[in-house]
Design a binder for this molecule. Structure first.
Ligand code: ZN
Ligand code: ZN
Length: 166
């Protein structure tokens, strides 16, 4: 038994050779299946817009069949389908607003508020109001504390200019 080529779009397999593959990949069935597959992942809003712009395909709506299939230039969606699609679009829109993605304007709002908050904090903390470091009551004398528990010297710890942290 030779190798089989499995086409995910069409959900079928055939003997894998150049001739079969070419024939299949250019076949109408395959192209339709492929388009349908990608349509599944298209934005519902885009599909809705496109379908609403088409006239209904009478043949499809009356008989449930149309030779043009996915390539038909008329819409194969019924009113109910369109309503369902519309509901889906609203749903997706809502879920996007609910948090998934933060709209640009919200992010800008936040940045603005943050900038205000920061400048307020800077203005209000004059040197005299700065909290003075105090050891908790009951601690041993400072010189008896291990270095890691001692307050930094005024001006901070001295860091040698070429110090490299491991
Ligand atoms: Zn195929
Ligand atoms: Zn049609």
């Amino acid at each position: 038994m030779g190798k089989r080529y499995f086409c995910d779009y069409c959900d079928r397999s055939f003997q894998d050779n150049l001739h079969n593959r070419k024939k299949h990949l250019n076949g109408v069935q395959h192209l339709r299946a492929k388009k349908a597959w990608y349509d599944l992942f298209r934005d519902a809003a885009a599909v809705l817009l496109e379908e609403q712009g088409k006239k209904p395909c009478r043949k499809f709506l009356q008989t449930g069949q149309c030779d043009f299939g996915f390539n038909c230039r008329f819409s194969h969606l019924t009113e109910a389908d369109l309503e369902k699609l519309n509901a889906q679009v609203q749903d997706e829109r809502r879920s996007k607003e609910d948090g998934g993605e933060v709209p640009a304007s919200a992010a800008e709002d936040w940045l603005e508020k943050r900038a205000k908050r920061l400048s307020l904090a800077q203005n209000s903390s004059s040197p005299s109001e700065k909290t003075v470091f105090q050891y908790p009551p009951g601690w041993p004398p400072i010189q008896d504390l291990p270095p890691s528990l001692q307050a930094p010297p005024p001006g901070g710890w001295l860091v040698p200019p070429n110090l490299q942290w491991g």
